[in-house]
Design a protein around this ligand. Structure first.
Ligand SMILES: [Mn+2]
Length: 311
């Protein structure tokens, strides 16, 4: 089965912590094909307000029924559907991630969002306002506010805007949700306690918070750090989240690998991630591991012989 077959009893699904691309794609498909929708857990901070605005209804596991067809969108690996498992023989998988862990054929296109693939598949002659909002929200989030958009993205986006009459600002007002009070406090405290060092022109900032480590690390990049670390300690367990800017990644510094290398030597910790986002956790003292990570980061910058001109 390689395409959505209308008329079958169908369940539409997407990944854990569904983002606006997942929600928007599901909403559009459900509008056009009918059927039911399920998510493994609650949508993320932007997905949730979008779903609420669209009055979009979905179920959570355990699934009570069987379906003739399962359509899975925006989900690169089966584990991202946990605890839902899908019979792959009855599944249509539609995704735009470069790598995927499915062992069956999937509909994969090199697009900046799933919303674009689905829009092309349906190639609608008309688009309701809510459908426009759903699809455009998917594009805006998956391209980081169009920063990763290409010519193809913008052409599709322009067409969606024309057909639905939706303005980009309307979509932003729906998906730019407020952070919770406790997250805001953590970000403020993280900023207040932050320290930084400079290595060959790169600013490395680190701080300690009680939770929202990744949010705090992201914030530190936005206020000027090139690489940032936020650590927390809960009894004898620690967690450190790291973020780094593209200009660091482009110069060959892979924080995910750096984190992973540390775990190979010690049994009580685990971690790894992507070049620009990594996590380390385990038993131990957060300050001790923070010190190790900052030291190793500085060493890697020196080893690679890279630098950043200071303006
Ligand atoms: Mn996506």
């Amino acid at each position: 089965m390689d395409t959505i077959r209308p008329g079958l009893k169908t369940l539409f699904l997407s990944h854990q912590n569904a983002d606006p691309d997942a929600i928007g794609s599901l909403y559009f498909l459900h509008n056009r094909y009918g059927g039911e929708v399920a998510l493994p857990n609650s949508p993320d901070r932007k997905g949730k307000p979008l779903a609420e605005y669209l009055e979009f209804e979905y179920q959570f596991p355990p699934l009570k029924e069987d379906y003739e067809q399962y359509v899975v969108v925006d989900t690169p690996t089966p584990s991202q559907l946990d605890p839902i498992s899908v019979p792959t023989k009855k599944a249509v998988l539609i995704d735009h991630h470069t790598t995927n862990g499915w062992d069956v054929d999937i509909i994969k296109e090199d697009k900046t969002s799933c919303a674009e693939i689905i829009y092309d598949m349906v190639s609608p002659k008309t688009l309701s306002k809510d459908e426009g909002i759903a699809l455009i929200a998917g594009i805006l989030t998956d391209t980081s506010g169009l920063r990763r958009a290409n010519v193809d993205t913008l052409r599709t986006l322009a067409e969606m805007m024309e057909l639905s009459g939706v303005a980009i600002s309307e979509v932003y007002s729906i998906i730019s949700s407020q952070r919770t009070y406790s997250e805001k406090i953590c970000r403020l405290k993280g900023a207040e306690r932050s320290k930084h060092v400079r290595e060959k022109g790169f600013l490395i900032a680190y701080t300690y918070v009680s939770s929202f480590e990744s949010s705090v690390s992201e914030m530190l990049l936005r206020v000027g750090a090139d690489i940032s670390f936020s650590g927390s300690q809960r009894s004898n367990e620690f967690l450190i989240s790291c973020r780094s800017k593209n200009e660091v990644i482009n110069r060959g510094v892979d924080m995910g690998k750096l984190f992973h290398r540390l775990t190979e030597k010690e049994d009580n910790i685990s971690g790894g991630g992507h070049p620009g986002a990594a996590v380390l956790k385990g038993k131990g003292d957060v300050e001790e591991y923070m010190e190790k990570l900052v030291r190793r980061t500085r060493a890697v910058i020196k080893e690679k012989g890279i630098s950043k001109p200071v303006k």
